[in-house]
Design a protein around this ligand. Structure first.
Ligand SMILES: Nc1nc2c(ncn2[C@@H]2O[C@H](COP(=O)(O)OP(=O)(O)OP(=O)(O)O)[C@@H](O)[C@H]2O)c(=O)[nH]1
Ligand SMILES: [Mg+2]
Ligand SMILES: [Zn+2]
Length: 370
């Protein structure tokens, strides 16, 4: 396999998915950008624009089947058509806004998910927890990057406060503008690895990528002055290759990050709360006044803050309702495919009956001397 592919993140796990005789006329490529109706892919040597093949298109059952930025696909180089998406090692999604319960795919096959927050007026630790919950569901390791540390005298104090609220995810305070502490991110810049940068608009995701590239490649724009909110400058998702062979995925700032309904993320983000709940006398304790409730005790003695418990309940509740909606959607798809299966069986039976009739008629004609 071409060594340039390894720089793009290709590895044994993807290689093993290719059955050589089945895919002899295809080559692997990584999706770097998605536009309406077409995709840009990198083959290791060059960039090509490709589309979905008709067979692929017809086989799509859910939005999860569609390729997204970071995906490895098999393409037919002659026709520039995507034939298959290889199984993903991780997938960062969010719940689509509006009434549909579809997952919106944001980035695939990422090793580290940077949750970027700006140390300006828009700084909000609860938003970081929300991103963290969703990040744990992606399968990638979350890393919290507090950008714009140049704006604060005591960025380390803010970082320490956040550390008290967050478990199992490293936190770095850096500045994309002055490059202070940027070297703390070099631990993640390993050739063949992929990092996606998520976070609200204006936190400095594109600025961080430019700082890592050492040039102003991506467009950035000053935030609104009165509240430091961003102006939604980046409008598409894009995979950028650093010289050393590290892939960075720039994501547009999101207005809202709705959770996609997997309770694991909540459990991991609030593992301290769930650990306390293990001490409740009753296994099905609702923590609303039962005797021997460890949560109530922790809230009273200050071991657990009311604020943190409230945030836990909020995200858990949000996840439960989205997972119910998600299940309904999956059931609908199943019902649809069952219908198709029934139709297929019906048509098969009709064809068999028709053939039998034809055969019987032929036999009858032969016997009758026609
Ligand atoms: N002071 C300071 N400003 C920064 C830093 N990083 C980025 N900025 C500024 O923050 C503003 C927004 O930066 P962007 O990189 O465009 O933010 P973004 O997260 O990509 O925003 P969207 O593309 O809208 O999602 C720009 O004016 C940057 O110059 C930093 O470390 N310190
Ligand atoms: Mg941007
Ligand atoms: Zn309890």
């Amino acid at each position: 396999m071409h060594t340039n592919l390894f720089k793009l993140g290709w590895n044994q796990a993807f290689q093993q998915q290719i059955v050589s005789n089945l895919h002899s006329n295809t080559i692997p490529a990584r999706i770097t950008r998605q536009d309406r109706g077409s995709y840009s892919v990198h083959t290791g040597d060059h960039k090509v624009r490709v589309k979905l093949s008709g067979t692929f298109h017809n086989a799509i059952q859910t939005p999860l089947d569609l390729p997204t930025v970071g995906d490895w696909v098999l393409i037919e180089p002659k026709d520039c058509l995507i034939q298959r998406v290889l199984e993903r090692s991780s997938l960062f999604t969010r719940q689509s806004s509006g009434s549909t319960s579809d997952d919106q795919l944001l980035a695939a096959n990422i090793d580290w998910l940077f949750i970027v927050a700006g140390l300006d007026q828009d700084y909000n630790p609860k938003r970081i927890q929300r991103y963290l919950t969703q990040a744990w569901n992606s399968g990638a390791q979350p890393v919290i990057v507090l950008n714009k540390c140049d704006l604060l005298e005591d960025a380390d104090t803010v970082r320490a406060q956040l550390e008290g609220m967050i478990r199992d995810a490293p936190i770095h305070a850096v500045s994309a503008t002055t490059l202070e502490q940027m070297e703390s991110l070099s631990a993640y810049l390993i050739p063949g690895k992929t990092i996606a940068l998520s976070g609200s608009s204006g936190v400095g995701k594109s600025s961080l990528i430019n700082a890592l590239l050492g040039k102003k490649q991506l467009l950035t724009q000053a935030n609104r002055t009165h509240d430091s909110r961003g102006r939604h400058t980046t409008t598409w998702r894009e995979l950028i290759l650093l010289d050393g062979g590290v892939c960075l995925i720039d994501l547009p700032g999101m207005r809202e990050l709705q959770l996609t309904g997997d309770q694991d993320g909540v459990s991991k983000t609030f593992s301290d709360v769930e650990e306390i709940a293990l001490g409740c006398r009753y296994r099905n304790c609702t923590h609303e006044g039962e005797p021997g409730c460890a949560i109530q005790k922790a809230l009273l003695n200050g071991e657990l803050s009311a604020d943190r418990y409230e945030q836990y309940l909020k995200l858990k509740q949000e996840n439960t309702s989205t997972s119910r909606r998600g299940k309904k959607q999956k059931l609908k798809i199943k019902a649809k495919s069952n219908k198709w299966e029934e139709k297929e069986v019906f048509f098969k039976e009709v064809t068999i009956r028709h053939r039998k009739n034809q055969k019987a008629k032929r036999k009858f004609r032969q016997e009758d001397g026609f």
